[in-house]
Design a protein around this ligand. Structure first.
Ligand SMILES: Cc1ncc(COP(=O)(O)O)c(C=O)c1O
Length: 391
């Protein structure tokens, strides 16, 4: 018996939602279905809302200190959900994963240093590097038979050039790939060999499809030195639809790396305090109830994915889909329509009236590709994708 109702339609227009409010700036029109920025059109679970309300029963919202059960909930979640046993001392709050990427770049690299990424990749990776005067080095993913792989030959060539830091997306946004243990352990080995600190953005860790298990990069290897070279970024924000609470956790087992990160976020920026409602939400999320809710969500997302793929294959075979292992953000290829990328964007926004992410924001590899957000009631999803008939 299912406990949660993901079919319920929630009106998000005029609620200060970015996804619904910024359409004119992003797409040049408001007459479209927003399926872009990565939050969900589902309710934040009630046990999280209740935890926030409970805290609001106390009339003072002053400065606070993180409490023991807050840390324990993070430790419990990483262990029970991802088999990663961590210590309280390894955990640092960050007001988001994108900020944490930026803090890592500033803490571990200097002006002009090379930082490696694997395009097509989540676009703020580029900003964290470029906007701080560091150099982006690309190790593009290899696309083969509807799936994506890491190019280790190219990676090693680049690491030999003296790369200080690598930003990894695990699972990978936007290609929806869950990296396997063999790939991750090879990566951990190479980064350590060439003294390149590996930052693993695992914000989508909880959102693998039900038949896939997320592997934290840090446990892909048993080698202590390699583990100590890895920083893991996790958060309840994507999983439980609480991105508006700006709460995430950074896991750094290496005391030297932790000290540098703490210096950056604490002594320099003074941003390590967070917000108390976010902390309450995190603790409520990382619980047995949270696990139950996420598992139902993952089943629902799998059903949405299957229904979308079936519909596309049967009705619009020119739209190519990929092997999808994680995230609620499938990657779609429209090359067979033979439009220029600019024409494609215009067709999708103005003829199909769909607000999808332009593939090229993730890198030039995203030419003729779009990212679609399928975290919405199935009835809405199916209505939306019917619109591809206007292509
Ligand atoms: C890979 C990845 N990292 C980070 C974020 C956003 O992180 P935050 O909102 O915590 O800054 C997203 C959101 O889509 C993402 O896909």
């Amino acid at each position: 018996m299912k406990k949660y109702n993901f079919d319920q339609l929630i009106e998000r227009k005029n609620t200060d939602s970015l996804k619904y409010g910024a359409l004119k700036e992003i797409f040049g029109t408001t007459d479209l279905k927003p399926m872009w920025v990565a939050d969900m059109d589902f309710k934040t679970p009630s046990f999280i809302i209740d935890a926030i309300k409970e805290r609001l029963e106390h009339p003072v919202l002053g400065y606070f200190d993180y409490w023991e059960s807050y840390y324990n909930s993070i430790k419990w979640w990483t262990k029970t959900r991802h088999n990663y046993e961590i210590e309280k001392e390894w955990i640092i709050f960050s007001p988001g994963i994108v900020p944490a990427l930026g803090f890592c770049v500033s803490a571990y690299t200097d002006n002009g240093d090379k930082v490696l990424v694997q395009p097509p990749v989540y676009h703020p990776f580029y900003y964290a590097i470029k906007n701080q005067g560091r150099q982006i080095l690309s190790n593009p993913l290899i696309e083969k038979d509807g799936n994506f792989y890491m190019d280790f030959e190219d990676l090693e060539t680049k690491l030999k050039k003296g790369v200080k830091l690598m930003l990894l997306s695990n699972p990978h946004n936007p290609v929806a790939k869950r990296w396997d243990k063999e790939t991750l352990s090879k990566l951990a080995f190479l980064c350590n060999k060439y003294n390149c600190i590996l930052v693993s953005d695992e914000i989508h860790a909880d959102l693998t499809m039900p038949s896939f298990k997320h592997i934290p990069t840090a446990i892909s290897t048993d080698n202590k030195e390699e583990r100590n070279n890895i920083i893991t970024l996790m958060a309840p924000s994507k999983t439980f639809n609480i991105a508006g609470l700006s709460t995430s956790e950074v896991i750094i087992p290496n005391p030297d790396l932790k000290k540098k990160f703490s210096h950056q976020i604490g002594d320099i920026l003074h941003m390590y305090t967070g917000n108390i409602l976010g902390a309450c939400a995190l603790e409520a999320a990382y619980s047995e109830k949270g696990g139950e809710w996420v598992d139902e969500l993952r089943d629902y997302l799998q059903e949405n994915l299957n229904s979308m793929n079936d519909y596309l294959h049967n009705n619009f075979p020119k739209i190519k889909t990929y092997k999808h292992e994680a995230t609620y953000l499938p990657w779609l290829d429209f090359s067979e329509y033979r439009y220029t990328h600019k024409e494609l964007l215009k067709k999708i926004a103005f003829d199909c009236k769909l607000g999808l992410n332009d593939g090229t924001i993730f890198g030039k590899e995203g030419e003729n590709k779009m990212r679609i957000n399928i975290a919405l009631p199935k009835s809405e999803l199916m209505k939306a994708i019917e619109q591809f008939k206007h292509l």
